[in-house]
Design a protein around this ligand. Structure first.
Ligand code: 6OG
Length: 168
């Protein structure tokens, strides 16, 4: 078998509508994290840039076509302890007040609106409550660069301890 690369890269896009104070999250319908709410995103295709991956995955998973100039960088999250690979998640933010859009559910994701004041953290990956509020608090006018390091120690499915850096 081919040796698997030690690091895998993913994108994760948070779609926010400041005019209504809402966030569009997707309930994952299959695969890793099934049943959890999360932003949209996934793995880049061969030779695809992270930004192009972010735009493609957002359209595929919830129908929202983001004009590239409205895709803001949010920084990166690094996950260790989730055997066998280290994961790097490239974060992006989008202000949905900037352009017209239509939400279309997909086989992978059931898109659902939540008030920003009641994000369903108990139904999300355990790291989200640490970094998502920080991402939402950053000024909307520019890219930002959160740097989160999360280590899952133990069996991710049944029992684990999550540690992380404080200077997100
Ligand atoms: P697909 O396998 O569906 O891409 N992802 C995570 N997101 C958060 N917030 N926490 C985690 O903690 C995550 N692990 C993976 C990255 C997987 C999608 O799920 C994100 C991708 O957007 C462990 O193609």
């Amino acid at each position: 078998p081919e040796p698997s690369p030690a690091i895998s890269h993913y994108t994760l896009i948070l779609l926010i509508q400041p005019s209504t104070d809402k966030i569009l999250l997707g309930k994952k319908l299959c695969g890793f994290g099934e049943g959890k709410f999360n932003g949209f995103g996934g793995k880049p295709n061969p030779n695809e840039s992270m930004r192009d991956c972010a735009l493609r995955e957002t359209e595929e998973e919830c129908g929202v076509i983001v004009p590239p100039e409205f895709l803001l960088s949010g920084g990166t999250l690094t996950f260790t302890g989730l055997a066998p690979k280290q994961m790097i998640v490239h974060l992006y933010r989008v202000n949905l007040d900037n352009f017209p859009f239509k939400v279309v559910p997909s086989d992978e994701m059931d898109p659902t609106w939540f008030p920003i004041t009641s994000i369903p953290f108990s139904l999300m990956f355990d790291d989200d409550k640490f970094w998502l509020p920080k991402l939402l608090s950053k000024a909307w006018s520019a890219d930002c660069a959160l740097e989160g390091n999360f280590h899952f120690d133990g069996d991710f499915v049944s029992n684990y301890i999550l540690t992380h850096n404080d200077n997100l």
